[in-house]
Design a protein around this ligand. Structure first.
Ligand code: NAP
Length: 521
């Protein structure tokens, strides 16, 4: 069995403890092991700070963009092999695997393009200079300088490739080296990506490190210029935020956690708009077997259309075949681990206290191409809760699987928003309708609770992307339960890795330093 090592301090290193085992969630077969016990993580962070940091800060944005482009191309060259690993270790269908791996390749390339457009500078100006004296003699400039530490990235099990790529793209373009830690259970794809990059000689020493396995005492070694970005459960997020060292030296923490994302059908919706809703809901329930932080968990429909939506969505879901994800005729694979399967089945049982199944078996289903009892399967399931105001558990429990709950609302934008807000902050909500005034009101009601909204009307319904698709140029993150974090969003994605500093002084001299001459206001 393959032993996955970590790439730290510029070399591959293995631990000396009892290794963790990675499994194939379709067959339950062990695939690989990894172990981080005894690794010197303080030295690894120092190596990144002292070798990778200066190298990146000496590079212009355009040069850092070239680095990201080279990473993207090296990963792309191994795309097919990576897809196979994602099918084996993540239980991904080929489509699911492409979503993750192409997302990684595409996000790195999008940030490579951004680097090119930012050109030969090494830091960012934030807005125009501000005149704080008469006639521009005394001015203030806001600059964002790359932090002098390491970006420590702790990722969730569901996107081993994209999670690595989207976080690394922002940090590296900002000029900050990365230590990335995939979730242990699905680390095979992230490990291979780093191996590919090491083999291709793309990243200079200390620019990208990999910790493959448990985090050990990593956080004890964080310094005041480091940044911690985390994706995973709210519980772990809270633990990392409250870590003694994080609090002691004020390490910024960016958290993407649980999210009860919603879809809302407005009372006025043309056929094309309605069709997009059904199409998108099908994608959000089945893609990655529902293991997406952005998947739609709650569906709000005017009371008189609930039966119609259930019938049309069920019709589509009937075509979604559960089973061995390596087969071409299968659309929904297993969950990633036994623990995830157990948590999802327990979650379904909790939801059933207030909601009843209207499509699918509330269980492991009958996966095709798999022996009975083998694998971590959960069958696609649509639930219906007729009293959403009292269905508290539906608004707070994220069942991380192919499961969604449909609920009626009173048809007003305010009524929908008050139910959506019961989720206490989400990554994304999607709204489907054709009454402009209604849509405008919905946007203002929903925006404070979300990091992203998608609006679909008849004019663009055919081209509308399902809401679970995260785009590099748009914000990803959400308030409250979703963690309060913010990632991507083009140049905004560099913010966590840079320090805002107001520099005030001789206006013309500062303008020469910063290359900006038009004062604000
Ligand atoms: P998790 O248990 O919170 O783990 C996430 C990451 O944190 C993993 O890399 C894990 O490493 C690491 N970790 C755990 N304890 C740590 C500690 N004390 N110090 C440092 N790192 C630590 O989450 P998960 O198992 O990946 O997912 C569980 C749930 O998170 C899902 O069911 C879902 O509800 C939610 N989730 C949310 C998102 C989102 O983007 N919003 C994405 C995925 C999952 P190990 O694997 O080595 O333990």
């Amino acid at each position: 069995m393959q032993a996955l090592s970590s790439h730290l301090s510029g070399r591959w290193q293995s631990g000396s403890g009892k290794p963790a085992t990675l499994f194939n969630p379709t067959t339950d077969a062990p695939l690989a092991t990894c172990d981080t016990q005894g690794l010197d993580l303080g030295a690894a962070l120092d190596f990144a700070r002292t070798q990778g940091g200066p190298t990146l800060r000496a590079m212009t944005f355009a040069e850092r963009g070239d680095l990201l482009a080279a990473m993207s191309k090296a990963i792309h060259a191994q795309r097919e092999a990576l897809i196979e690993l994602a099918v084996a270790n993540g239980g991904n269908t080929r489509g699911d695997a492409k979503f993750d791996i192409d997302g990684c390749i595409g996000t790195l390339m999008a940030y490579a393009e951004l680097g090119k457009s930012l050109g030969d500078r090494r830091f960012l100006n934030e807005g125009a200079p501000i005149d704080i004296g008469r006639g521009g003699r005394v001015q203030g400039h806001h600059l964002r300088a790359p932090r002098r530490g390491v970006a420590v990235h702790i990722n969730a099990f569901n996107f081993p490739a994209w999670g690595l790529g989207e976080k690394a793209a922002c940090a590296l373009l900002a000029g900050v080296p990365v230590l990335t830690k995939p979730a242990t259970s699905t680390a095979l794809v992230a490990w291979r990506i780093v191996e590919v990059l090491v083999e291709a000689g793309v990243c200079p020493p200390g620019v990208l490190s990999l910790l493959c396995g448990g985090a050990g005492d990593l956080l004890d070694h964080l310094g005041p210029q480091d940044v911690l970005a985390f994706t995973g459960s709210a519980d772990t997020g809270a633990r990392l935020r409250g870590h003694r060292r994080v609090l002691e030296v004020g390490v910024p923490v960016n958290v993407e956690a649980d999210s009860l994302n919603s879809a809302v059908l407005a009372p006025e919706a043309d056929d094309a708009t309605y069709d997009a809703l059904i199409r998108h809901l099908h994608t959000e329930i089945t893609q990655k077997a529902g293991q997406k932080c952005t998947a739609t968990r709650r569906i709000f429909v005017p009371a008189e259309r609930v039966d119609e939506v259930i019938a049309d969505l069920s019709e589509r879901l009937r075509g979604a075949v559960l089973g061995d994800p390596s087969r071409d005729d299968v659309h929904v694979g297993p969950l990633a681990t036994r623990d995830q399967q157990r948590a999802a089945l327990e979650g379904i049982a909790a939801l059933r206290a207030v909601a009843r199944p209207v499509f699918g078996d509330a269980g492991t289903g009958a996966p095709v191409g798999v022996e009975a009892g083998v694998g971590c399967f959960v069958a696609p399931l649509l639930l219906r809760a007729d009293d959403p105001a009292r269905a508290d558990v539906v608004h707070r429990l994220e069942v991380f699987g192919p499961v969604s709950t449909i609920m009626p609302y009173d048809g007003t934008a305010a009524g929908a928003a008050s139910l959506v807000a019961r989720g206490e902050g989400s990554l994304v909500a999607s709204v489907y309708g054709d009454d402009r005034k209604w849509l405008e009101e919905a946007v203002l009601e929903l925006a404070p609770w979300h990091g992203r909204l998608t609006l679909t009307d008849a004019k663009m319904a055919e081209k509308a992307m399902a809401p679970g698709m995260v785009l590099p140029l748009l914000n990803h993150g959400g308030p409250g339960r979703a963690g309060g974090g913010s990632e991507l969003g083009g140049v905004r994605g560099l913010e966590p890795y840079t320090q805002r500093c107001a520099v005030q002084g001789n206006g013309p001299l500062l303008s020469r330093f910063f290359g900006v001459t038009t004062p604000e206001g």
